[in-house]
Structure formats: structure tokens, C-alpha cells
Design a binder for this molecule. Sequence first.
Ligand SMILES: [Zn+2]
Length: 220
Amino acid sequence: MPERARPAPDEAWPAPGRPWYAWRVRFDTVPTPPAVRDRPRDPRGYPVPAVTPWEDGEPRFALTDHARSADCARMRLCAVCGTPMPPGSVWRVVGAAESAAIADALAAGRPYRNLAPTTEGPGHRACMLYASMVCPYLARPNARRGTAAPQPDGAAGRAVRGAARGATGAVAAFGAYEYAVTATQVLFRFLDVVEFLPHDTSDVHLDELRAELAGRGQRR
Ligand SMILES: [Zn+2]
């Protein structure tokens, strides 16, 4: 296997298509949601997401376990902590291209859905805020960017574009998701953006996560 459980901290990140949960930066400066705290740990102390496969007692962070991901999809379990998600919105960490596409859709007043299905399943708000900061790809300001679509006019459009400018990704909530379990993959599609929190630095969601864990964020 090309993946390693203990990569060098300065190793180039990431191979395109690596999921957010292939995390590998310091995690101990970010408050940990209780359900994530209960996850098994790798030898460095990193919590191992619910969808991560194990081989020979080692988590393979760069991979998605088919059976675990299918269980999460069917039983509406969080991809990070593996506990049930309540009815209503689900959250994801999205990369730069999808963040830009969502910002454009919001600015234009269009509904958004990811046309290309993703293998990355949804989770709790706190879990995805946590993942967005622990994953270094999402934290790096020079990560690859999406191509910006033409900007609409209007104050609302400018505000959304301004918030998203320079974003390397976002934590986004969706009103619904669809999934398909194929022989080799579990694919997700997300509809109806109900929260959009772009990020351009590693700690941008720290206060939001603290507030969420303090109980303010029980929105849905
Ligand atoms: Zn969770």
C-alpha cells in the first residue's frame, strides 16, 4: 500500500482526490468533539474517522472503507465520529473548487447540488468544523483554487464572493443528501445549501467550533 500511517509532517499535501479525513497535522490545539474523542487513535494520537479502513492494526487515513462508508450512509451515521446524525441538515468539508461553485450558486440565487458525486460522506457540524481545521490541505492558503465563474452583480453577490475570496474550502451544511452504494464505492450527492462557512486559514473555524461544543450551535 502506498499509504502510510505516520507520514512526515512536511510531506507535500495532498495527492488530488485525497479526502479531508486523511488528516496529518497537529490536532491537539483544536477542541475535540466528545464523540470524536471516543474514536480509536492512531499511534500519534490522531482520532481515526469512522469511514477509515484499518489494515494490520493501522488506520489507512487516505482511504475510504467501503463497508464502513455504506453503513454510515444507510444508518445516517457521521463519517467522522460514527454516531447518528439527527434529522435535518448534514455537514461536509468541501474543497476550493466546490466552495467556489457553492458561493457562485448562492450569489446567483440558484440551488446548488454537486453534479459529480463524492465519496466523502456527511457528518455533524462540530465534527466537520473539527475536520476542517485538523486537515492540513484545507488549512493551507496556497492550496489549489477553483476557477471562479462570472460574478453576478448586487450587494448580496458581492458579500458572498467577498467571503469566499481566497477560500481554500468551506464547511457547508446541506438540507438533504442522496447516496448510492455500488460494488466498489459509496457515492454521495448533496442538495440545498443551508449554511456556508468558507475558510482560508487553519484556525478560522475555531471560535465556531468552541461555540458549537458549548451548545450554541444546536441549530438543526
Ligand atoms: Zn460526528
